[in-house]
Write a protein that binds this ligand. Structure first.
Ligand code: PLP
Length: 382
C-alpha cells in the first residue's frame, strides 16, 4: 500500500540523533538547524529525556482523562512557573492545530460570539477552524470556508481599530503569532500586539497568542509575545513542548471558566506525553536554554548580517530568517547536500533557522563557513 503522497520528500533517511546533530542510514553526519520543523527544543536524544520517557513507559504509558493523572498537575505547576503565568489554567491536547482549534472554540464559548480575527500570512494549522484562520487558500477545503473568520492586514493597527469599531460586539477572538513562522519570519510590532491587547479589553474579546512555533523559549523568553510586554488570554503551544513526543496545550487566563464537557480529548495529556513535557522543562531550567537561545541567536544574527549576499536577516533568539536572492537560489539545497546542514524554508525564497535551543556558537560557525563557501563558489562560476 503506498503512502498518501502529500509531502515533497528529501531523499535522506535519518537513523539517529544526538544534540544538534543527526546521522543518516549511511552514517553521514548533519547539523540540524531545522530541528525537525522547530520541534527539537532540548536536542535529539537528550539523556534526561530518554531516561524519563523509558522510566515512565516501564510504569504506564497511557490511561484516559477519566482518572486522575498527577503528572498533568506536575506539568501545569512547572509550566506556570517557567512561563510566568502563575494563575493560568492548562488544557492538554496533541498538536498545534488542535491547540489553536481548542483556543478559538473556547473563546467562542466564553464570549458567546462567532467571529475570529486573523491576519495576512498567518499559519495556525490544518484542522477546520485553524485552517480557516490560516491565510493560504490552497490548503482550505471548501468545507472549511467560513464567514466566521476575517483576515486583516498584519501589523496594521488602524485597520484593526476600524474593524472593532464597526463590529463592536461580534468579535470572539483575535489570534496571532508574535513572529510569523510559515509566513516567513515576520515579527508583529510591539504597537500592534499592544493594540490587540487593549482592543480585546475594550470589546471583551479574547486575545489568543499562537505560540506553537515562536513559543517555548525559542526567542529567549518563554512566549515571543512577552517581548512586547503584553499578556494574552490564551497561549497555544506544541512543537518544542515534547521535543518530538506529540503534545500540545493551551494556557488559559483565570477569568475564562471551565465547564465539564466543554473541551476534551482521548490522548491529550497522557502519562508518556506529560513525562516528555516535564523532561523538556526540567532540561530547559537546568541548562538555561532560554538564555542560550537569546545569546546564540544574537550571535547568529550578527554573523549572518555580515554576510554579503544574504538579505533582510531577521528574527529573534533561535528563530531566524533571511531572504536568499535569485543569484543564490540553490543555497538551501547546497547547504544540505554539500555541507550537510539542515535548514527550513518559507516560500518563495526565505531560509528559516529553527535549531535546538542548546545550539552552541561552534555549531553555528559551521553554517557561516558553509554559506561563505557556497556564495563565493557561485560568484566564481558567475
Ligand atoms: N501554529 C503555528 C504558528 C505553526 O507554525 C504550526 C505548524 O507549523 C501550527 C500552528 C500547527 O501545528 P501542528 O502541525 O502541530 O498541528
Amino acid at each position: 500500500m503506498p503512502l498518501f503522497d502529500v509531502y515533497p520528500l528529501t531523499d535522506i533517511t535519518i537513523a539517529k540523533g544526538d544534540g544538534a546533530y543527526v546521522w543518516d542510514d549511511a552514517g553521514t553526519k548533519y547539523l540540524d538547524l531545522y530541528g525537525g520543523h522547530a520541534v527539537i527544543s532540548i536536542g535529539h536524544t537528550h539523556p534526561h529525556y530518554v531516561a524519563r520517557l523509558k522510566d515512565q513507559l516501564s510504569r504506564i504509558g497511557f490511561y484516559s482523562n477519566s482518572i486522575r493523572i498527577p503528572l498533568q498537575d506536575e506539568l501545569a505547576a512547572k509550566l506556570c512557573l517557567v512561563s510566568g503565568r502563575e494563575d493560568y489554567q492548562l488544557f492538554l491536547c496533541n498538536s498545534g492545530a488542535e491547540a489553536n482549534e481548542n483556543a478559538m472554540k473556547l473563546a467562542s464559548f466564553h464570549t458567546g460570539r462567532k467571529q475570529i480575527i486573523a491576519f495576512t500570512k498567518a499559519f495556525h494549522g490544518r484542522t477546520s477552524l485553524a485552517v480557516a484562520a490560516t491565510d493560504n487558500r490552497s490548503i482550505i477545503a471548501p468545507v472549511n470556508q467560513t464567514a466566521n473568520v476575517v483576515f486583516l492586514p498584519f501589523n496594521d493597527v488602524t485597520a484593526l481599530q476600524e474593524y472593532f469599531t464597526k463590529n463592536a460586539r461580534e468579535v470572539a477572538a483575535v489570534i496571532t503569532e508574535a513572529i510569523q513562522g510559515v509566513g516567513g519570519i515576520h515579527a508583529a510590532t510591539d504597537e500592534f500586539l499592544r493594540a490587540i491587547r487593549s482592543l480585546c479589553d475594550e470589546y471583551d474579546a479574547v486575545f489568543i497568542a499562537d505560540s506553537v512555533q515562536d513559543g517555548y523559549g525559542r526567542t529567549g523568553k518563554f512566549f515571543a509575545h512577552d517581548h512586547s510586554g503584553v499578556h494574552a488570554d490564551i497561549y497555544s503551544m506544541a512543537k518544542g513542548m515534547g521535543n518530538g513526543f506529540p503534545i500540545g496545550g493551551i494556557l488559559i487566563a483565570p477569568h475564562i471558566k471551565p465547564k465539564h464537557g466543554m473541551l476534551g480529548t482521548t490522548f491529550g495529556g497522557n502519562h508518556l506525553a506529560c513525562a516528555a513535557a516535564l523532561a523538556v522543562l526540567e532540561v530547559m531550567q537546568i541548562e538555561g536554554l532560554m538564555r542560550n537561545a537569546a545569546e546564540v541567536g544574537a550571535y547568529m544574527m550578527e554573523r549572518l548580517q555580515q554576510i554579503p549576499g544574504l538579505e533582510k536577516v531577521r528574527g529573534r533568539g533561535l528563530m531566524i530568517g533571511f531572504d536568499v536572492p535569485e543569484a543564490h537560489k540553490d543555497l538551501r539545497q547546497e547547504l544540505l547536500l554539500k555541507h550537510h546542514i539542515f535548514t527550513g524554508e518559507a516560500k518563495p525564497s526565505v531560509i528559516r533557522l529553527l535549531p535546538p535551543l542548546n545550539l552552541q556558537r561552534a555549531d553555528a560557525d559551521l553554517l557561516f563557513t558553509a554559506i561563505h563557501a557556497s556564495i563565493s563558489a557561485e560568484a566564481v562560476l558567475d
